[in-house]
Design a protein around this ligand. Structure first.
Ligand SMILES: NC(=O)c1ccc[n+]([C@@H]2O[C@H](COP(=O)([O-])OP(=O)(O)OC[C@H]3O[C@@H](n4cnc5c(N)ncnc54)[C@H](OP(=O)(O)O)[C@@H]3O)[C@@H](O)[C@H]2O)c1
Length: 437
């Protein structure tokens, strides 16, 4: 590693976040330049206009070559993707003991354990504050500020695109497809929106937060993932009438030494701390003992907010902080047993049924057969068409019983399409006694 007083930085990836970081380096009065020096950059297209001057930095066509250069003390990886050049560049830097700062949640969620192993072996630190929550310091909060606590649950709105779409649907009465098309036109959503609306991006972030919060190895394959593409305007309106708002919730919980992780649309009472987080904002609610419940809200993406989190990791490195990638040495990270998400709870169900006498009785009967009590029931007034929507919420019941009832309801002749079920999130999560799995 270079002996120069300042840490020498190479940035691979000069898109939204990379250009944002270069603008922070260009601010002569910013703290970045006090202890760090940006010396080299890499991207695909050298001639592309980026709103920042890159002439004064050494250029690399290949990010892996940049990562391998012994003049670079810190590689900042802002390319993206769980594999390919991003992974090769990060591995190359860590293998030679250089530090890495990345915003790449897919890479850290999928290959986090292996990268942390290399980091521990070589002494090159791996920091990724910007990978979760953009400008909101969620990683550091769990890793550092809550280091003295035992976390029992983390629940967040971790994908701004989904939150924007659901908020717009509620506020403007437009359909999912309409709002998504607009968001794509305005650049708020990717041309291929699957990673966002399918819940995968939130699952990457949840994997990282759960690993840090619960002291477990990151385990992306274990997240149960459901996106927002089946949420209809009818759901949003009727849930609203019942006193709920629909959000894409990423939730991890530790119970009896086992970790459960799921991403799914859920109903939140208006008094839930995440219910009023609107638009593209991100938020996290952490339950930890003995501190209690903490909430973090802010801008979860975009050039400035995300670059500011990258900058804070760089300053940590320059000042000798940073610690272990997931907050503890790998040997102390449990390969925690997996648990299914919330086996008990209240649920919302939307049914499309023929408008005939006896339908409600038939549905109630199938629920009663599984010992499930209905808490509230609502029919969409003035709905036209061969099938009408009815929605109901259950009292607390076992998920397995609900699934059995749903299968029976689906077989009824009067039911036009498979019932759509979402969990209802309670506003408080009681901190439970922690035991290492
Ligand atoms: N955008 C956000 O708000 C945000 C928020 C949080 C985290 N992140 C994460 O930050 C990372 C970067 O996101 P971004 O939005 O800045 O992406 P982006 O705008 O698409 O930029 C990607 C950059 O990587 C470069 N690149 C792509 N393939 C390359 C290759 N094979 N070799 C060298 N360079 C290559 C591109 O080069 P060219 O410019 O020459 O094409 C571009 O500069 C991702 O991991 C993302 O998930 C982004």
């Amino acid at each position: 590693m270079s002996n120069s007083k300042k840490l020498r930085v190479g940035v691979a990836g000069l898109g939204t976040v990379g250009a944002g970081l270069l603008k922070l380096f260009a601010d002569e009065n910013g703290r970045l330049n006090e202890k760090l020096e940006l010396v080299a950059v890499s991207a695909r297209n050298r001639g592309r206009q980026r709103g920042v001057n890159i002439e004064r930095y050494q250029w690399f066509d290949d990010p892996v070559e940049l990562a391998a250069n012994p003049e670079i003390d810190v590689l900042v990886e802002l390319i993206g993707g769980s594999d390919g050049p991003a992974k090769r560049a990060v591995e190359t830097a860590l293998e030679r003991g250089a530090h890495v700062v990345t915003a790449n949640k897919a890479l850290v969620a999928v290959h986090g354990t292996k990268l942390a192993e290399v980091s521990e072996r070589t002494g090159g630190k791996l920091l990724f504050e910007a990978a979760v929550g953009g400008g909101v310091p969620m990683v550091k909060a769990l890793k550092e500020s809550l280091a003295g606590c035992r976390a029992s649950a983390v629940a967040g709105i971790l994908n701004g695109t989904c939150n924007y779409i659901l908020t717009e649907m509620e506020q403007t009465g437009r359909s999912f497809e309409d709002v998504l098309a607009d968001a794509q036109r305005l650049g708020y959503a990717e041309a291929d929106p699957t990673t966002d609306v399918g819940g995968f991006d939130a699952a990457h972030k949840l994997t990282i937060l759960s690993a840090i919060a619960f002291g477990a190895r990151p385990d992306y394959d274990h997240v149960r993932i459901e996106g927002i593409d089946r949420v209809s305007l009818t759901d949003i309106r009727l849930a609203g009438k019942l006193g709920y708002r629909i959000k894409l919730i990423a939730k991890g919980a530790l119970e009896g030494g086992a970790v459960s992780m799921h991403v799914s649309p859920a109903l939140l009472g208006f008094d839930h701390p995440l219910a009023n987080v609107g638009g593209s904002l991100n938020a996290l609610v952490a339950d930890a003992d003995p501190v209690g419940q903490l909430t973090f809200i802010g801008r979860g993406a975009g050039e400035g907010p995300t670059a500011s989190s990258v900058a804070s990791d760089l300053i940590d490195l320059a000042e000798g902080r940073g610690g272990h990638a997931f907050g503890r040495p790998l040997a102390q990270l449990a390969a925690a047993p997996r648990a299914a998400p919330a086996e008990y709870g209240r649920f919302y169900m939307r049914l499309m049924v023929q408008d005939k006498p006896g339908v409600v009785a038939a549905v109630s009967d199938r629920l009663a057969h599984e010992n499930i009590s209905i808490e509230s029931f609502l029919q969409m007034p003035g709905h036209e068409g061969p099938a009408v929507p009815i929605v109901l919420t259950t009292q607390s019941c076992a998920r397995a019983s609900l699934e059995a009832a749903v299968a029976a309801i689906e077989r009824l002749d009067v039911v036009a399409e498979p019932p759509y079920v979402m969990p209802i999130e309670e506003s408080g999560h009681r901190a439970r006694t922690w035991s290492k799995g």
